[in-house]
Design a protein around this ligand. Structure first.
Ligand code: ZN
Length: 285
């Protein structure tokens, strides 16, 4: 059970977290394999780095198609048969704008799972990968040169960031989407499904650093700054009830649920960031 948000002593939150997905951590190499299989039209699942039945089935189908021994394991021969998507291995060269291949997909997956989503994990080092990589490098205290060499890879092998603070749920509603890989991209927050107009409350006391329209897809957005480098993000709001520059207490009304920005229906996208890196909200609740 998660900590529930109470206003005036009345618990307004109901249940959540029915079947939270296990915190299985995907492998960057398996993610690169999934990207290659996707490009060959053999895998339609999420690029999650987890070697599940769908991934193994796709490998077997590929092996059968190419006349390789069908064992479902992507060994050197299978990797070679995947062509330029099956190589080179991560760490064999520094990666920069314009690079393509297995290692680029692996790098993109690691950037996403470290809290710097870039849209699509597709094995092509484009402008969005540059942005994501530079942000990660700055975050990790490295020179933000947009080239992934040894130091960047070492930083990406470190533990994924977690929230040092605890938060409550901003509203009581079922979870419609978890933090983690989604399709060939990454969902950096928690989606809480609630009707239009439901109140959205501060998950912790903080100061409003943004309250307005976000052109990047979040629609009407409120961002609160907390201590220890943490911010909490409340997106797709129908109405905003706070002003930038003010500070609010835990449970204060920030706005109401909507579907502004990139949203297919009314829900709250709740995101937590540590110095700019998106972290999984679930362990912080
Ligand atoms: Zn969302």
């Amino acid at each position: 059970m998660r900590r529930l948000l109470g206003i005036g002593g009345i618990a307004i939150a109901v249940v959540v977290v029915a079947a939270a997905p296990t915190a299985a951590h995907g492998s960057a190499n398996v993610a690169a394999l999934q990207v290659a299989l996707r490009a060959h039209g053999l895998y339609g699942g999420a690029v999650d780095g987890i070697r599940g039945p769908a991934t193994r089935r796709a490998v077997r189908r590929f092996q059968a198609r190419r006349g390789l021994s069908v064992d479902g394991v992507a060994g050197p021969r299978t990797r070679r048969a995947l062509g330029r998507r099956g190589r080179p291995r991560l760490g064999s060269r520094p990666l920069a704008f314009g690079a393509r291949g297995w290692d680029v997909a692996a790098l993109q997956f690691m950037l996403e799972t470290h809290g710097f989503p870039l849209g699509r994990v597709d094995g092509g080092f484009g402008a969005r990968t540059v942005t994501s990589l530079r942000r990660f490098q700055a975050w990790a205290g490295l020179a933000a040169d947009g080239v992934a060499g040894r130091a960047t890879r070492a930083a990406l092998r470190r533990r994924r960031p977690r929230s040092p603070l605890r938060f409550a749920l901003p509203l009581g509603a079922p979870v419609g989407g978890y933090f983690g890989p989604r399709g060939d991209g990454f969902h950096p927050g928690l989606d809480l499904v609630a009707p239009f107009g439901a109140g959205v409350h501060a998950a912790r006391s903080g100061c409003v650093v943004a309250a307005g329209w976000d052109p990047g897809g979040y629609g009407n957005l409120v961002v609160l700054r907390h201590s220890l480098g943490m911010t909490s993000w409340y997106a797709h709001l129908s109405r905003i009830a706070v002003r930038r520059g003010t500070c609010v207490g835990f449970g204060a009304l920030l706005g109401t649920v909507g579907a502004t920005g990139r949203a297919s229906g009314p829900h709250l996208h709740f995101e937590l960031r540590l110095r700019g890196a998106a972290v999984n909200p679930l362990p912080a609740l």
